[in-house]
Design a protein. Sequence first.
Length: 304
Amino acid sequence: MTAKKRSNKTASNDKTPEAETPAVEEKGLTIFQEYQVPDVVANKLLDLFPDFHDMPQQEQVDLIQFIAEQAVITTQQVKSRFPMISVKHAGVNKIEIPAPIGEEENPLVTAIEGVMVYQYLTKAYWKAEMSEGGGGAPDCASLDGLTPYTKDPQAEKCFNCPLNKFGTRQKGRGKACRDIKRVILLMEGHELPLRLSISSSNIRSLDQYLNDVRDRGMPIGTMLTRVKAVGAENADGVKFTGIEFSTIRQLKADEIRDVMAAKRAYQEDFRIGSIESNEGGDSEAPDPNARSEQAKSAKAADVM
């Protein structure tokens, strides 16, 4: 998570002693650290201004401040809808991430790495299942898990809503109103934080990981986390994409400072943005008839 160094040798400074180059580059990197410039921005500056390390210090500072001011103006009074990481179900067992800077297509991968800086519970209810033509915006939803924000709420408060009970879902044993956890991630190659929605079937895996992390005295914002897609199956025999979480390593001091700066810059937007159709979790894709042979046998035994 350190800004990459670039050679400052140009046609105009071919006579510059090679020994002086690291010192000049180090000056530029020190300025990036002093002004808490995110790595992705620092690297972009070095791409746009190859002679950045040769500039007078005041010119470097002016350029950094200009970029910072423009970044604020770009999103001023604009509600940030962080790019969303999508978990692909229906037996795909893949994670789709927004295209990193410099790329056009969204990569489809089995695992991602990032720093969790926030996580919270939301709720969403769709009257119709995906397999029955459901989709689009939920009929009722809450961004804090307590109070619906939709125009036609199913109850005044979520805790006493009859749809917030197990066994009320049309198919399966779950709740008609689904629990969905949002995780805010910082990932290499992205200036903005990314939003990962964890379906109700995967919340237990996330919560277990968070409890283990807390028990070891290692807050999530101080470590690099691996999020991996794996094949899974629920109690009704429906296959979906499970999510496993693991710790890769503890962050270094300068990396933690970068995380702190990013959190300060974007934390007011962590909880905004309505629930979207593709945040429905594993209900959006699995075929309800795609049950494993083991599950079918167990159900037949129950009938007999």
